[in-house]
Write a protein that binds this ligand. Structure first.
Ligand code: LAC
Ligand code: ZN
Length: 470
């Protein structure tokens, strides 16, 4: 089966420049080179034929009309911080960067809503909300990510236990279909039963169904108090077995993260950060956000009791705001540090929360069976486990031979425990094989039908999530 797309000839590039303006189309190789990769750990770079940087939804629509007519692949891109190659233009064609669509259109303090363009970064959104006394709780840890990118991947992160993931904050979208049609879904309201929920269909669709250009996001009032508890345990089992009981306490923590000494040591070594109790084997990091000092005390006290019962060595409370910030920053650095260490991959399998202890045990067995070290850490309160198989000391060839077997067993274990392939990073190109191996055929067939209905020429982010020959 061949995959055939139209070619961007010099004449067509000239036409494209006319359509959206010469300065919004980059053709020089040095300019295009910045757009060949995202943050996927084992990069597969591809050079786009052109990069277009539209400044409004209408221009995006014009690009899509052009691309659809000439069957040119279009790969949308936000901050380029994705982890599965979702923004890599594997068939060349047009790389459509949303970076110039970075306007905060409105922070509506009466309706607790932000209306922002897709290219707004999370750090700009956090700031704008804060300036208006409001709060956007989604916290993937990478603040250079754009809103559009996090909506397209349904990003999760470290406050999902209490607040949920990106999906739970998206009230409406402006999106451009492959035909160039512009659709506006949802609105500034929190209840919605008016036909199919296309907002939620587009959340997590990784740019394969439409190009998201504008979003309406729900905001919260900020918590009055924040605390970070860092709790060392003599074993990973002890740490993780504590989690269900913490969840049953009520007053949910914002986040419950687990980690072992291996990653803590690497972060210390590569960032110079001092991490308290770093000599212990395993840890929980618990983020508390409450409406009062009293509630904070009560939550911390209850967690301390549960943790001690489960064998915690200590419960460390950072003595200052700065120390608190340092702990969170150390956690944010996990992936950037790991990525510097040579050949490795990252998984983000998800299992029902109660199965995390079993899943982590299975990962350790798989690591031993394959003779490949695997570092595991992540969002214990959400059942979302990051795992890094490490290819240190291997050459690429050996790694390429061994890795698929390791991941096959990992995802098989996740499936047996009632889980699935990706909790927050998405499928992109990196996890396609595992999606097709682990997800029910009828479900995949339904996804293919939806894709073909919305993008009959298969030009939108082709080769991502699903393999559909053209
Ligand atoms: C994290 C990213 C990798 O949790 O999802 O650090
Ligand atoms: Zn994560």
């Amino acid at each position: 089966v061949t995959t055939k797309y139209g070619q961007l000839t010099p004449a067509l590039i000239a036409k494209l420049k006319k359509i959206i303006g010469e300065t919004n189309v980059l053709t020089q190789e040095e300019e295009r080179e910045k757009y060949t990769c995202d943050e996927m750990p084992v990069p597969k770079p591809h050079l786009p034929d052109v990069v277009v940087k539209p400044t409004d939804t209408e221009s995006v629509a014009k690009v899509m009309v052009f691309a659809n007519e000439h069957k040119i692949p279009v790969t949308p891109r936000g901050g380029g911080t994705g982890l599965v190659g979702g923004a890599v233009p594997i068939f060349g064609g047009i790389l459509l960067s949303l970076e110039r669509m970075n306007k905060i259109i409105e922070i509506d303090t009466h309706n607790f809503v932000a209306v922002v363009e897709a290219g707004v970064t999370l750090s700009d959104l956090y700031k704008a909300a804060e300036e208006h006394g409001l709060y956007y709780p989604v916290y993937p840890g990478e603040t250079n990510a754009t809103v559009g990118g996090t909506v397209a991947t349904n990003a999760g992160g470290m406050r999902a236990v209490k607040y949920g993931v990106t999906r739970h904050f998206v009230l409406g979208l402006t999106a451009v279909l492959s035909s160039g049609q512009i659709i506006r879904t949802g609105g500034k309201f929190v209840k919605y039963t008016t036909g199919y929920d296309l907002t939620q269909l587009l959340v997590g669709s990784e740019g394969t169904l439409a190009i998201i250009t504008e979003t309406i996001l729900r905001l919260n009032t900020p918590p009055a108090k924040t605390e970070v508890l860092f709790i060392p345990f003599p074993s990973i089992e002890g740490a993780i077995d504590t989690v269900p009981e913490i969840l049953r306490l009520g007053n949910l923590p914002a986040g419950i993260e687990f980690m072992e000494r291996d990653i803590i040591e690497k972060v210390r070594e590569h960032t110079g950060k001092e991490i308290p109790h770093h000599e212990h084997p395993a840890f929980l990091m618990i983020i508390l956000e409450t409406d009062s000092q009293e509630a904070l005390h009560e939550a911390a006290r209850a967690i301390q009791e549960v943790a001690t019962k489960h064998g915690a060595i200590d419960v460390f409370l950072p003595p200052s705001e700065r120390a608190k910030r340092e702990l969170l920053e150390a956690r944010e650095q996990f992936y950037p540090v790991m990525k510097r260490l040579g050949i490795l991959e990252i998984g983000d399998a998800v299992v029902p929360r109660s199965r995390i202890p079993d899943f982590v045990k299975r990962i350790k067995l798989i690591s031993t069976e394959h003779g490949m070290p695997i570092i595991a850490y992540g969002h214990a309160g959400d059942g979302n486990v990051h795992l890094h198989p490490l290819g240190h000391g291997m050459d690429r060839e050996e790694w390429n031979k061994k890795l698929p077997g390791v991941f096959k067993d990992i995802y098989q274990a996740a499936k047996e425990l009632g889980g699935t392939v990706s909790g927050e990073h998405g499928i992109g190109i990196d996890k396609k094989a595992y999606l097709s191996a682990n997800v029910d055929k009828d479900l995949i067939q339904t996804m293919v039908s939806i894709k073909k209905a919305l993008d009959p020429n298969l030009i939108l982010n082709p080769g991502k999530i699903l393999n559909i020959p053209r």
